[in-house]
Write a protein that binds this ligand. Structure first.
Ligand SMILES: [Zn+2]
Length: 209
């Protein structure tokens, strides 16, 4: 929460609430609406059975809290079109990754990236290998798993500070009720804060399969 406020802009609500919902709601891991985060009780219990070094609940909470900035009608709510999932889920995955790095260090971050790379690789025969730029908003393998890996590439390329600056600018320009953002706006903001020599590589992060 503090990370998001410091880097992306102020949290617009007075309170935040975590609510547990029944695991009978199938296919539901966690979701966030303004000022409330719903987490499936199965996820709450998951961390008890995970091995050492796994911190599923913290990761999940970080991801969900960041949705108060990215998506679900919170502050930035992109239209339903290709690339929408990048502006919601991929940005939440990025926030989760940075918080994880800040908490546990760069080696653990790399472990997380490898985990998501493996998940992506094992599912890509079914999901297809779309570029982030034009990804189907429902292609969860691309927007969550590949998205995290690609944001890590971007992090190596231009660094956390520049990415966060671009995200803050994106939010300031496209926050509700302003014009909703697209992935092209995101790329534009990333280019505006970074060296020209990196622009082709920034394009590649989003446009390559
Ligand atoms: Zn999410």
């Amino acid at each position: 929460m503090l990370y998001c406020e410091t880097n992306f802009g102020k949290y617009p609500f007075k309170t935040i609430r975590f609510a547990e919902i029944s695991s009978f709601t199938r296919g539901f891991a966690a979701t966030a609406y303004p000022a409330t985060i719903y987490i499936n009780e199965k996820q709450f219990h998951l961390n008890l059975t995970q091995g050492e070094g796994q911190d599923v609940i913290n990761e999940l909470a970080a991801h969900e809290v960041s949705h108060q900035w990215w998506g679900n009608n919170a502050q930035m709510s992109p239209d339903y079109r290709e690339g929408r999932g990048v502006l919601i889920e991929t940005l939440a995955q990025y926030t989760q990754l940075m918080l994880y790095k800040n908490e546990y260090g760069k080696d653990k971050m790399l472990e997380m990236v490898k985990l998501y790379q493996n998940m992506y690789d094992s599912e890509k025969a079914f999901s297809g290998e779309e570029p982030l730029l034009t990804s189907d908003p429902n292609n969860s393998n691309v927007i969550y798993n590949k998205g995290l890996v690609k944001m890590y590439e971007l992090y190596l390329l231009i660094g956390e500070e520049k990415i966060n600056k671009a995200l803050k600018n994106l939010l300031a320009k496209h926050k509700f009720p302003l014009q909703p953002p697209t992935t092209l706006n995101l790329i534009q903001e990333l280019k505006m804060v970074s060296d020209k020599k990196n622009h082709i590589k920034i394009d590649a992060v989003f446009k390559n399969k």
